[in-house]
Design a protein around this ligand. Structure first.
Ligand SMILES: [Zn+2]
Length: 275
């Protein structure tokens, strides 16, 4: 699986910033090992603000994705679907098939289809519905079909019904925490405006760069803390063995989708070069 030119990772999130917060660590890890990363946002993010209008927000959030792309060497594609309105349509599915075939990922990461946000659910559905058709030449005939099946992984979440997230692989991402915080920092409209406004803590947002990076770092630590459960710890300890830390403060975990290539935990560890 590990090719000379490195792993090709494609992350398909619903909003600009979903990919960063869920996969920033593995993205940096793969890039450092000579691989390539493509982030796709299935919507333009133009509903994520309490003051701005859709048009100006769409433009601002696009520029925020450009910052991530330029600073980290990540390819970034934003699909022009309105935030909150994403539908699992034939048009969106075919666009996604074209994007996936053009990038030729080894691994695709997306949302699970039971999630609080309609855009997250529909993004997961779009990827699932595209999965088999990636290899069907008569579908989207202008982009050559894949001759292999990519591995499809789901991002970690805390939703339990009808089925909780199953951590097939857990990756310690503490060493990438600063870089991940920098990725979130690029999404100024979200981490220093919209999300604190939703959480009623707009008055606590630091004004200076150092304070803001620390704010993003803390957000990531809280995220890992909230997602932690005995199942995640068990998988982590199994994978890292003697190298497992007593406390895992920052991690990314993924569940294998049945709709992608079959892959064992050992093979996943090989792909991500763990521990
Ligand atoms: Zn989102």
């Amino acid at each position: 699986m590990i090719k000379e030119q490195g792993i090709r990772l494609m992350v398909i999130g619903a909003h600009p910033d979903d990919c960063e917060s869920k996969t920033g660590g593995i993205a940096v890890r793969i890039l450092r090992k000579g691989g390539s990363v493509l982030y796709v946002s299935a919507t333009n993010g133009n509903a994520g603000h309490h003051v701005m209008k859709r048009d100006e927000l769409k433009q601002r959030r696009f520029l925020e994705t450009r910052k991530v792309a330029e600073e980290f060497g990540i390819q970034y594609h934003v699909m022009d679907n309105n935030d909150g309105d994403l539908q699992n349509t034939l048009e969106n599915r075919n666009r996604l098939i074209g994007l996936i075939r053009s990038f030729k990922p080894d691994i695709i990461v997306t949302h699970r289809t039971n999630d609080y946000h309609t855009d997250h659910r529909n993004t997961g559905l779009l990827v699932q519905d595209a999965s088999f058709l990636l290899r069907v030449p008569l579908t989207v005939p202008d982009v050559p079909a894949l001759e292999y099946e990519p591995v499809i992984l789901y991002m970690a979440d805390g939703f339990k019904k009808p089925l909780p997230f199953k951590p097939d692989v857990v990756i310690d991402t503490e060493e990438y925490l600063d870089e991940k915080a920098k990725m979130l920092y690029c999404h100024e409209s979200q981490f220093f405006e919209w999300l604190p406004w939703l959480d009623g803590e707009l008055d606590q947002v630091p004004k200076d760069e150092k304070g803001r990076l620390q704010w993003c770092r803390q957000w990531l630590l809280n995220r890992s803390k909230n997602l932690m459960n005995p199942e995640i710890m068990k998988t982590y300890q199994k994978i890292y063995g003697d190298k497992a830390k007593e406390k895992l403060i920052s991690f990314e975990a993924f569940e294998v989708s049945e709709y992608g290539a079959y892959v064992t935990q050992e093979e996943l560890c090989e792909i991500f070069e763990l521990p």
